[in-house]
Design a protein around this ligand. Structure first.
Ligand SMILES: [Zn+2]
Length: 140
């Protein structure tokens, strides 16, 4: 596995992500929902990867829900950067990292706009996240 580092602008939230292939092989997905578009977020994930999110102090973490309210968007409460989106279910937590927060984001292919999720129902969305998102997300 290849380890990559990410952080918000001020560094109060950091993340370590592990993928089976180099960043150059990933095409981030720019979700075109209003929230993600306003942040310019483009997500990167791989089901067999892992994501460790470290929050220095819980007061620096903001969790935001919108739309179906099924997913939690993690933002730094200090510098405002959108770090990741996660979905907690009975089997654990799945998530997708905002690729813009990666130290080596310039290695990535250009983001492709994806409107796939917008048209899924509230029961289809979690099923997709369990397939496409990183299945091993931990917080510390
Ligand atoms: Zn920050």
């Amino acid at each position: 596995m290849i380890t990559e580092h990410a952080q918000c602008h001020c560094g109060k939230i950091t993340a370590e992500v592990r993928f089976s292939k180099p960043l150059a092989d990933f095409e981030p997905r720019a979700c075109d929902c209003d929230f993600c578009a306003k942040h310019g977020a483009a997500y990167i994930s791989e089901a067999e990867g892992s994501l460790d999110i470290r929050i220095k102090d819980s007061e620096h973490a903001v969790s935001y829900q919108h739309g179906s309210g099924l997913a939690d968007f993690l933002l730094c409460g200090h510098c405002g950067v959108l770090m990741a989106v996660t979905y907690s279910h009975e089997g654990g937590t799945a998530g997708s990292l905002n690729s813009r927060t990666l130290d080596n984001r310039r290695s990535l292919m250009p983001a492709q706009t994806s409107s796939a999720v917008k048209f899924l129902s509230d029961t289809e969305k979690p099923e997709r996240w369990k397939q496409v998102w990183i299945q091993n997300v931990r917080f510390s």
